[in-house]
Design a protein around this ligand. Structure first.
Ligand SMILES: Cc1cc2nc3c(=O)[nH]c(=O)nc-3n(C[C@H](O)[C@H](O)[C@H](O)COP(=O)(O)O)c2cc1C
Length: 174
């Protein structure tokens, strides 16, 4: 098994969702690499049917959080300093596959740079509702795009977290 040990495998096998972040903003160049890794994801016919917007405006994020939770003490994105929204063109055949693939590339790239992340369905779900429309518009997400994935990014407050379990019996040989 020794020959199958490399940084990519190690990063994938050790990534876990982070739900407590430092308030420090993530390194700008690191974010740029993470976003670029998202763009490198496989996607149907290379149509790249995504819109990717990153948000570091705390006022905007807090306002959005309040619209979802009605409680300024709790944060659906765990007070992460950066949130990336990946939206897909609903007119494209494969947007629903392509956007999560871009998201996965981003979280793996982030983990390799010691940047924590967590996919936040609360955010993407809300932006697709009538009440979320105003925020979707503010972010400049085109009308016929669906917000597929929202990802919180930041430096974890605790470096070593335990991994959630996976059921290996989900893998079958036919
Ligand atoms: C589609 C999707 C939606 C998720 N939404 C949330 C969320 O709203 N809040 C949250 O804390 N975690 C969310 N997660 C993270 C999952 O809970 C997490 O990936 C899962 O429990 C496995 O844990 P791990 O990522 O640490 O391996 C979401 C993950 C996915 C893929």
């Amino acid at each position: 098994m020794e020959q199958f040990n490399n940084l990519v495998i190690e990063t994938i096998l050790n990534r876990s969702s982070v739900r407590s972040y430092k308030s420090d903003q993530i390194d700008e160049e690191a974010l740029s690499v993470i976003l670029k890794c998202g763009l490198r994801a496989p996607n149907g016919w290379n149509h790249q049917p995504w819109d990717i917007v990153y948000v570091q405006d705390k006022t905007f994020l807090d306002e959005l959080n309040l619209a979802i939770t009605s409680n300024s003490n709790s944060s659906v994105f765990y007070h992460a300093p950066t949130v990336v929204f990946i939206s897909g063109d609903k007119n494209d055949e494969y947007y629903a596959a392509d956007c999560p693939l871009a998201a996965e590339n981003m979280v793996i790239a982030a983990a390799s740079l010691s940047i924590g992340s967590c996919i936040i369905a609360y955010l993407s779900n809300f932006l697709n509702t009538q009440a979320g429309q105003v925020y979707k518009e503010k972010l400049g997400i085109p009308e016929d795009y669906e917000v597929c994935v929202a990802i919180a990014f930041g430096y974890p407050t605790t470096p070593n977290r335990s991994l959630t379990l996976r059921d290996e019996s989900k893998i079958r040989k036919y």
